[in-house]
Design a protein around this ligand. Sequence first.
Ligand SMILES: *Cc1c(COP(=O)(O)O)cnc(C)c1O
Length: 421
Amino acid sequence: MSPVWHPFTQHGLNEPIPRVARAEGAALYTSDGARIIDAISSWWVTTHGHCHPRIAAAIAAQAATLDQIIFAGWTHEPAETLARDLVAMMPAGLDHVFFSDSGSTAVEVALKMALGTWGNRGEPRHGVVVLEHSYHGDTIGGMSIGARGVFNQAYQPLLFDVATVPFPEPGHEQASLDALEAHCRAKPAAFIVEPLVLGAGGMKIYSPALLAEMRAICARHDVLFIADEVMTGWGRTGTLLACEQAGVVPDILCLSKGLTGGAVPLAVTMATAPIFEAHRSPDRSRMFFHSSSYTANPIACAAANANLAIWRDEPVHDRIATLGARQQARLDAVAAHPAVRDTRRLGTIAAFEIEQPESGYLSAIAPALMAFARESGVLLRPLGNTVYVMPPYCIDAADLDRVYAVIPAFLDWLANPASRR
Ligand SMILES: *Cc1c(COP(=O)(O)O)cnc(C)c1O
């Protein structure tokens, strides 16, 4: 048995764990030669495709030049360039860039910045308001502000309390906005939200108008607005950021996943001047007390700089629009199946529910579809009964057809297991 302990994996079930030897574009190749289409961008990170030559070259060159350097009190060109270019590329006003290593740490940093800002202003605030069904990472802070469930049951006593706004289900939008307004009157430090799509919570989509309204409520009550665009950023929802579609500029923005095109880990937490200024002072006790060993690792920054260059030089927006249209066409076809409910799409993300009496994350549908897809040469990983397709932008029409061919085949097999194998 391998000594490797895999994430979100029940080793007691002895399910096969394929070994991937290399990847290119939208395809993974296992060590026994199978070609697998990566229909979920390797858990939402790969944007332009695996092993993009420009990102791979940037990593190789940087690794041979400056691999790692302490970032407290020292700096380097890849980080300086990346920070400057991110400020130019992201919505105006997000003028300061704090580096970390993952989406979870970007979120932890955002929370610490928000609380630190109020503390340094001599007006301490500790409350955090969240949206129902949210996901913000698996650290203790991330779990505290995310949906509670079987994933974090064992750690409940360690999780801090937050105020939860009900998800704006169709027909109940005003109740959701009213709840946010009521929570904001209690003067919390911040409201944190996944803009337009709640990813791990089940690809739940809400409108840009609602996001704009939420932002306005926070502004009206002087509550910091944190946008967690760790999944939604880098084109997933059709625009560079989901916030753009609502004309929203957050006080604090979390980015990771596609920041390096999905090649190596890196995250940033971007903040407006008032957040930075609340920490800037001749007084050392007011500095931002956060670091990790690999903060702004030069190799990761070089990969991110190559990603930004791809966004500048290549027709990324056209690829995203093309993928979005192709996703819609296939989703419309799948919608005709009697077991398919609630098809929805935003940008490159397509999702639907499989009708089954049993639902929730531990639903047997998810592992069954995962295994069925794997044997059909497709990497899918449903969230319970929620199936989603979120491929790299380079996927071609034929590969996308292969992904969608798996779905009705699986549903027919579910209805009649004798129909295959
Ligand atoms: C994935 C994700 C995170 C956590 O990112 P990691 O890099 O896995 O730590 C946080 N927020 C959102 C919205 C995510 O989708």
